[in-house]
Design a protein around this ligand. Structure first.
Ligand SMILES: N[C@@H](CCC(=O)N[C@@H](CS)C(=O)NCC(=O)O)C(=O)O
Length: 264
């Protein structure tokens, strides 16, 4: 086995890399990192990924980080089937989407997720463990935001703006899907693999009506879930109790969340 993937079952960035691995039929050795337990901060892992995050791949001795760049690397190293359009303009449109995710939507997703999904579980951890894991986040701004959303949930000042950023992605996707079947162009590509985890996360957090309100996106979401790559890349890794906890926690705060979904 020449490719190892350091990842986490439910992490968005891990899902997007697993989707590309599955679509290309690339076998990998799985190294799961426990993000709730702080595995991303262990000294051995930080040697591979100095940003204390997943995913990381090690391919033929080369250590590669950053999920978007990993997916582009996989498309270069394993060109079949190609997952970026040949047409430079369509390829540019796909990269605009992955850039939007990396710059804006992914950080926002961390805020929305931790304000709702695992919050109940984190609040039950002994405070010294929770604090140690927060304090190990290298970036001071991310550290402060993480503490704020765990403490205040959807009432945190960061929450509404973060959710609006995620809803903005849904609007971008809805607009793109008016002119092409897939975000990557003619077929499922890197841009589709990159967007899926964020739509799935909203669904897991019971913000499903925001997906259903956008018909082209809802249709695309169903088509991605029907792909043969979806089961091995996504479903197989999802722990039903965790998904249930995310959904229950989402339903519990829906009254606060729904107005934001209506005003975006
Ligand atoms: N820009 C990075 C972001 C990676 C990232 O934020 N990963 C999350 C999971 S999706 C993580 O490992 N979080 C650990 C933590 O926040 O403590 C990438 O695309 O690889």
């Amino acid at each position: 086995m020449t490719l190892s993937l350091y990842h986490n079952a439910i992490s968005t960035c891990s899902q997007k890399v697993r989707l590309v691995l599955a679509q290309k039929g690339i076998a990998f050795e799985s190294q799961e990192v426990d993000l709730i337990g702080g595995g991303q901060h262990h000294a051995e892992y930080v040697k591979l990924n100095p940003n204390h995050v997943v995913p990381t791949i090690v391919h033929e001795g080369n250590v590669l980080i950053e999920s978007t760049l990993i997916n582009e690397y996989l498309d270069d190293a394993f060109p079949n089937p190609p997952m970026r359009a040949a047409d430079p303009v369509v390829r540019h449109a796909g990269r605009m989407i992955t850039k939007l995710l990396d710059q804006k939507v992914h950080p926002a997703t961390g805020v929305v997720t931790f304000a709702i999904g695992p919050r109940s579980m984190l609040l039950q951890q002994p405070e010294e463990i929770r604090e140690a894991n927060i304090n190990a986040i290298p970036d001071p701004a991310r550290r402060a935001t993480r503490r704020s959303v765990i403490e205040n949930g959807v009432k945190a000042p960061e929450f509404a703006g973060a959710l609006r950023a995620m809803l903005g992605l849904l609007d971008e996707a809805e607009a793109s899907l008016a002119s092409a079947a897939w975000l990557g162009g003619e077929r499922f590509g890197i841009a589709d693999a990159a967007v899926l985890p964020y739509v799935l996360r909203l669904d897991h957090l019971a913000i499903t009506p925001a997906i259903e309100a956008r018909p082209k996106l809802a249709d695309w979401y169903g088509r991605v879930q029907a792909l043969p790559a979806y089961e091995p890349a996504v479903t197989q890794w999802l722990a039903p109790p965790i998904v249930e906890m995310f959904r229950n926690n989402g339903q519990a705060v829906w009254a606060d969340v729904e107005p934001i979904t209506n005003d975006s």
